[in-house]
Design a protein around this ligand. Structure first.
Ligand code: IVH
Length: 669
């Protein structure tokens, strides 16, 4: 038992240390895989001995626990907002007020980025994160500690330092653009309504009940305000420095400014540079630096007199909403799209913008003929941020979301709690039929060359295929008879279809298009269950046992396999000889290679390359296709290219012979 206690404590310490190195010093001392392997080991030990888990265990980063209802907690100090300014004149007026308030005493400002996210208040006790509360109405907010602990840049435990026994620190949680864009692609993939902007996405994520989903969303955080019973330093800049030294995430973009001109220079600098930031900002915050001065100036009922924000003009344009069209996706989800009078915005001509779903239309109260504000943030698709109701015509009519499918006319349905309306006519609604096939053939799925959206349209219209399963029985004669096809294109297509029969099972599982089963979930399911048959047989309980499979996905999987039409479709795939089970040799043998990554190259004498690949996987190792500094080993056979060898030795990647590799699999006693 003491052994295990020690093991848990050593792993905890090591992971804390590595986290700190990664997030504060931007140094990876180990590969991601090694880190994950250690984290998994700790998780396993903690689940066997929950009493030994430390309260700030790094395993809380991966989430897992469910918050049924968020507790409301009163803030120890109200969470105020800031006054806004939009021009230099208004800022000069603020400066004048400060100057007067301080009776002409000399003072300085700190300028910071105003991050466009959701405000959070964190409480640390004895250096351990004990509570996180959202802003709520400023007086009380939701307790979101479990979700907050999954945000990797927020330390669960501080670096040693002279911080007080208990203190509070505030800042902004945000979703980086990259994460936001990827999330929307993933949501489109599984037929869910896309998110309007990174701020909404961050705020929605923080309110999720399942913390493991929060962990996947890769939120980030910057902190900018230190509060406690006693003043911990003399100035705001010293507080920021102290916070940073304790390991808290502080953006290093802040600057001390002695004059208003320096403030303007900071504003101008970021007005240009903000488009290169990884996250959204909506302005700059200007704060009086001395905490004594801050106290002297004090607060009005709602805002501090010692700070103010300067809001950037967003790159926006106004134009007219000419019409709303509705697109039906492969899952039947109906997405409204705004058709705009073309307008120039940030260097491109904008004609369309997503309206996301019925709730967004209602929220904006957007109507045909309205003048609307269009903005382009860091995200890819322009968004409509509001309606100029002053310019609205007298006879404008509230937008009514469709009742019936715009393509097949079937009455739309909406499930309680979901944003999207769906057309339930799965089997016969053309965009759904075609959409499912497009999903099936895409590169991330069956990757069928020689087949595109137009060809699918043609094949469906000519009645040659009703679903992707029919592709496998299509004949040369049927294709050559079509206008579009010549001998070569028919052969290409048939070869592409044939090749797809060797696409590995996880991609096939993604391709069949079960709702909520995106590429990552498909991989998890495939790995856990090993075959389509096993997934089809799995009960609800068995499904939610699989890593990262929640109730929503489990229900969707059950519903999919319960449907006779889907069974008939899957039978066609089976008859065609698609990969409906994991290949790759025997199931897990050991964890001897856990956390290690390998590149294989050349020809081997005792085993084939495929067998060696299987061995790496079966013993917990990871296969990588090309040599980089992150790779641990190059498993080198005969006849391998000298360039690869040279690269490996240059990057310090260890080179293994077949025998050396096999020796690694023998347990050392
Ligand atoms: S200071 C009492 N600094 O903007 C002063 N706020 O519009 C507290 N925000 O509620 C706020 N970046 O959520 C401060 N560097 C920054 C900020 C910032 C973003 C948010 C914060 C605040 C809102 C006010």
């Amino acid at each position: 038992m003491t052994d295990i206690r020690q093991q848990i404590s050593q792993l905890t310490e090591r992971l804390h240390y590595l986290n700190h190195r990664y997030y504060q010093d931007s140094v990876s001392e180990v590969s991601d895989a090694e880190f994950d392997a250690m984290l998994r080991q700790l998780q396993q030990l903690e689940s066997q001995h929950p009493e030994l888990a430390q309260p700030d265990s790094p395993t809380q980063r991966v989430g897992g626990s469910i918050t049924k209802e968020f507790r409301q907690i009163k803030h120890s100090y109200p969470m105020l907002s800031l006054g806004n300014t939009y021009s230099r004149e208004e800022l000069a007026e603020f400066d004048e007020r400060v100057r007067k308030g301080l009776n002409g005493e000399a003072f300085e400002y700190v300028c910071e980025l105003k991050i466009d996210g959701v405000a959070i208040s964190l409480v640390y006790e004895k250096g351990i994160l004990v509570q996180a509360i959202t802003r709520g109405d400023g007086v009380q907010g939701d307790e979101v500690t479990t979700n907050t602990k999954t945000i990797r840049s927020i330390p669960l435990r501080l670096q040693p330092g002279n911080y007080p026994e208990k203190f509070e620190v505030r800042g902004e949680i945000f979703m980086p653009f990259k994460v936001f864009d990827a999330l929307n692609v993933e949501r489109e993939d599984i037929g869910e309504a896309t998110m309007a902007n990174p701020r909404n996405a961050a705020s929605g994520t923080m309110k999720m009940q399942d913390s493991s989903i929060v962990a996947h969303r890769r939120l980030d955080c910057f902190l900018y305000y230190l509060l406690g019973e006693n003043r911990m330093s003399d100035s705001h800049s010293a507080s920021l420095q102290a916070m940073e030294s304790w390991g808290l995430p502080v953006s290093d973009s802040w600057r001390l400014c002695q004059t208003l001109d320096e403030v303007f220079a900071f504003i101008d600098h970021w007005d240009k540079q903000r488009f290169h930031l990884p996250m959204g900002i909506d302005g700059i915050v200007i704060k009086v630096n001395s905490l004594l001065h801050q106290e002297e100036l004090g607060f009005t009922a709602k805002i501090p007199r010692w700070a103010i924000s300067y809001k950037y003009q967003s790159e926006s344009a106004t134009t007219v909403l000419e019409s709303i069209s509705y697109q039906v996706g492969r899952t039947g989800a109906v997405t409204p799209v705004a058709n705009l009078r073309p307008v120039q915005l940030a260097g491109t001509k904008v004609k369309r913008a997503s309206l996301h779903n019925a709730d967004e239309i209602a929220r904006l109260d957007i109507r045909i003929g309205d003048w609307v504000f269009v903005e382009k943030g860091g995200e890819i698709i322009p968004k409509i941020t509001g309606v100029d109701t002053a310019k609205r015509g007298l006879f404008s009519q509230e937008t009514k979301f469709l009742h019936d499918c715009p393509v097949c006319g079937t009455a739309l349905v909406r499930t309680e709690g979901e944003a999207a309306w769906y057309c339930p006519n799965e089997q016969a609604c053309p965009p759904q039929v075609k959409g499912r096939m497009e999903h099936f053939i895409q590169r991330k799925a069956l990757n069928i060359d020689g087949l595109g959206a137009e060809t699918i349209d043609l094949l469906v219209e000519k009645g040659l295929v009703a679903n992707a399963g029919d592709l496998y029985s299509i004949q040369y004669e049927q294709l050559i008879a079509l206008d579009r096809f010549a001998d070569k294109s028919v052969r290409n297509l048939l070869a592409g279809i044939e090749k797809s029969k060797s696409v590995p099972f996880p991609k096939v599982l993604f391709g069949i298009g079960i709702r909520f089963v995106g590429a990552t979930v498909a991989e998890k399911l495939a790995e856990h269950f090993g075959s389509l048959d096993n997934i089809a047989k799995a009960s609800f309980e068995e499904l939610i046992q699989a890593p990262e499979i929640g109730e929503k996905i489990a229900r969707s999987v059950l519903a999919y396999f319960a449907d006779q039409k889907n069974q008939a479709f899957l039978e066609k795939l089976e008859k065609a000889g698609l990969q409906l089970a994991m290949t790759g040799g025997p199931a897990a043998e050991s964890e001897a290679l856990a956390g290690l990554s390998f590149v294989i190259s050349g020809v081997f004498s005792q085993f084939s390359r495929e067998e060696l690949q299987d061995k790496i996987k079966a013993n917990g190792g990871k296969l990588v296709s090309s040599v980089s500094a992150k790779v641990n080993y190059l498993l080198a056979g005969e006849n391998m290219g000298p360039a690869k060898l040279e690269k490996a030795s240059k990057l310090g990647v260890k080179i293994l012979t077949e025998q050396e590799f096999l020796d690694m699999l023998v347990p050392t006693i």
